[in-house]
Design a protein. Structure first.
Length: 61
């Protein structure tokens, strides 16, 4: 069964970037996330939609 929530490390691996990049994107509100107390999580569905939106914004140039 696939987990629907991802941690910072899992999103970094999924996107192929360093975890510090994810923390920066969270701080600058560039990527959809949510918090449970102080922990940062991501919805897999939201990340997939965000990726699609990024692809569409690049394609429109």
């Amino acid at each position: 069964m696939r987990n629907n929530t991802l941690t910072v490390q899992e999103v970094a691996t999924y996107l192929g970037v360093h975890p510090d990049t994810i923390y920066t994107m969270v701080r600058e509100k560039q990527i959809p996330f949510f918090r449970v107390r102080k922990r940062i999580f991501f919805s897999r569905e939201s990340i997939d939609k965000w990726i699609a939106a990024q692809e569409n914004s690049v394609a429109s140039f």
